[in-house]
Write a protein that binds this ligand. Sequence first.
Ligand SMILES: NC(=O)C1=CN([C@@H]2O[C@H](COP(=O)(O)OP(=O)(O)OC[C@H]3O[C@@H](n4cnc5c(N)ncnc54)[C@H](OP(=O)(O)O)[C@@H]3O)[C@@H](O)[C@H]2O)C=CC1
Ligand SMILES: N[C@@H](CC=O)C(=O)O
Length: 360
Amino acid sequence: MSAAPKLFACPKDTAIVLLGTGVVGCALLRLLATPAASGLYLVGAANSRRQIANARGVVPTQVFAALGASTLPRDDAALLAALDASGASCRVVVDATASGEEAAQHAAWLAAGFHVVSANKAATGEKLSAWQDLHRAAARGAVSYGDAATVGAGLPVLSTLRRLHACGDRLLALDGVFSGSLSWLFNHFDGSRPFSALLRDARAFGYTEPDPRIDLGGADVARKLLILARSAGHALDVADVEIESLVPPQLRDIDMADFLNRMEELDGEIEARRAQAAREGGVLRFLARLDERGRAHVGLTQVAPTHPAARLAGTDNLFALTTQRYQVQPLVIQGPGAGPEVTAQALLGDLLTLRRNVAA
Ligand SMILES: NC(=O)C1=CN([C@@H]2O[C@H](COP(=O)(O)OP(=O)(O)OC[C@H]3O[C@@H](n4cnc5c(N)ncnc54)[C@H](OP(=O)(O)O)[C@@H]3O)[C@@H](O)[C@H]2O)C=CC1
Ligand SMILES: N[C@@H](CC=O)C(=O)O
């Protein structure tokens, strides 16, 4: 790299490698260049094809140019080596990819003593055994797992649930809208534009998963429901969630480029459902629910215009937590639940918490 990197100010500084330089990763790089990120030093970055690493520090604003010029092959081990060589007492892998392969490494990184901060939900929102392995590994490595970005794009919902759980409160039910992209889509879907045109916009704004079928198919919402339930002490597995997919069978198994060319095939059925709901005086919202008997469901539901989910705007998420101590009225958390800036801020918040804890 040509940039003259800054040497670490002291061993208590925090060294970071960033996996993923897409919508969220790029927004995090912008934040790492601000005074709020002082004491956090980037020593490596990677996309799916290339990487850069320099134990003396990488300048966040120069990452894209450096990646463009890099001939280094993708190799996580070289990034971890840069963390080690940095001499920092706090070494963190930030996962801003949607990669299952990277998520599968989180437990190993934790066990090896690296902190992990993740926007990627694949490690904690899928198999229960993976969730359990990850938490055992964090304990073994005496390190932390920062997951604020994985639910509500950093809305204070996981922190709140954990606090209630630590106080002995018990989650009885969970309701709401857990997807920023689906919230935005159904908040705008009034029949004036085809659903597929709105989906293209949601993708361009950076609200959807890299493959939007993960959102439309309900998998992203199910992951968030599982992360929430598990954080509140419920040992739920993927098979415990009933999922209604909005992706028709012929679009489920084709490759992503084909899907993106055929999104208009979504339009007929979803418009029929919207029109039917409108005739009955309702609107469609993609809702998630975990009930008192532990039954979990995510899917498209017709609701009245007075329903709390019908009154959301933009990418708003809504989490209604019914607990033993919030039983008469649920505790409600609402706000934007997708987008690069808020998600990157959630990652930065986790990094700053780690730095504070390690320095203490
Ligand atoms: N967008 C949002 O509002 C939110 C997103 N998230 C989560 O953040 C993550 C990233 O989302 P987003 O930024 O929107 O997605 P993007 O598709 O914009 O970016 C994904 C990035 O990951 C890179 N990547 C893929 N595989 C690997 C790999 N094995 N090693 C290193 N890099 C890799 C891609 O590389 P390449 O450029 O080469 O393709 C790309 O740079 C997802 O897990 C998503 O669920 C969470 C909350 C909100
Ligand atoms: N694709 C996700 C992004 C945040 O997790 C969503 O739509 O909520």
